[in-house]
Design a protein around this ligand. Sequence first.
Ligand code: HEC
Ligand code: HEC
Length: 324
Amino acid sequence: MRVNVPLAAAAAALLITVSVRVTAQGPPVQPPTPARQQPAPAGQTPAPAQPAGGGRGRGQATFPAQQRPPGDPAVVQRGKTLYEINCRLCHGADLRGGDMGGVNLLRSQLVLNDQAGELILPVVQNGRQNPGMPVMPPFPLPPDDVKAIAEYVHSVVAQARPQGAPPPGEDVPLNIVVGDAKAGEAYFNAKCAACHSPAGDLRGIATRVPQPMQLQNLWVAGQGGFGGRGGRGGAPAAAEPAPRKPVTVAVTTSNGQRIEGRLDRIDDFYVTLTPSDGLQRTFRRSGDVPRVEITDPLDGHKKLLVQYTDKDIHDVTAYLVTLK
Ligand code: HEC
Ligand code: HEC
């Protein structure tokens, strides 16, 4: 087993909560969300105010990100590696948004307005959890790592052609079925068989999810997110797995009252949940008060996430595509 630190950090973040979806190419519709604006961290220049719905409107012709000097190649390379480990799954190999619902970073106003990671850092460290949107989990990455990722993102943005087209060169490989199915089967038997079986719940999974990339995202995350958290307008293309068990939360107030329900939204300042009576409630958070305990049915998957090597992922996908 290989555990590397950034991956472990990412997975630790994912342990908190994750909800992803397997469609979503275009930027999703933004629901109105107060308290989304994150303050700039101490010691950083405060960010220019973001328009509400940050990053999805039409921008001006020029952006700081396109006028900045090119980053140090070593930092950019480190950032690329960190991006691949932590962000690629959701935001895509070419930053245009991945199958798991991360938004297009090439068209993000927030990214375009970012100079040196000061706007990206709070998003990465706090995550994003807005109802009706797929979740971005918080990543406890050190500021230097996030700055390196920002340098990498800016290096791609700088080459990006207009309209969020992918940067020229370096084609994104489409065939992801490059693993060893036999090794994948052995891995499956060792790590997955406690909860799944090829003849049981995963029977015909490759028929249900015919695109290997989608299938890979599905098993790595353990869910597609369809119909999960409020859903989104556009119907997903192919397979639509059954709605998942939601992430739940228990809030214990300072006077000992405990309220449990479906987690709708959480950030550093508020937690919003819907108990079984259907009446949504929001609590203001201040440090550890009230106490917040999140339960995610997919904890098993998130624990495994720290363990996968690239080879394991390739092998397991190669095995799963045989389960027609
Ligand atoms: C599990 C999927 C997932 C992962 C992993 C992920 N993101 Fe995100 N990210 C999202 C989603 C979904 C949104 C949009 C959420 C929202 O706006 O409510 C988002 C939004 C963002 C935004 C804000 C874009 C804007 O215009 O508002 C930035 C910047 C960003 N992500 C950067 C990153 C970086 C850097 C990483 C890696 C450290 C990363 N993300 C990892 C899913 C993900
Ligand atoms: C501790 C139990 C556990 C382990 C171990 C586990 N999973 Fe899962 N898996 C789940 C749960 C729970 C779900 C979500 C099922 C649901 O919500 O219907 C899930 C969902 C999935 C799905 C989506 C199924 C669907 O029908 O859409 C796939 C594919 C999957 N897991 C593959 C794997 C693979 C491959 C491994 C091993 C690398 C693995 N799982 C390990 C519990 C586990």
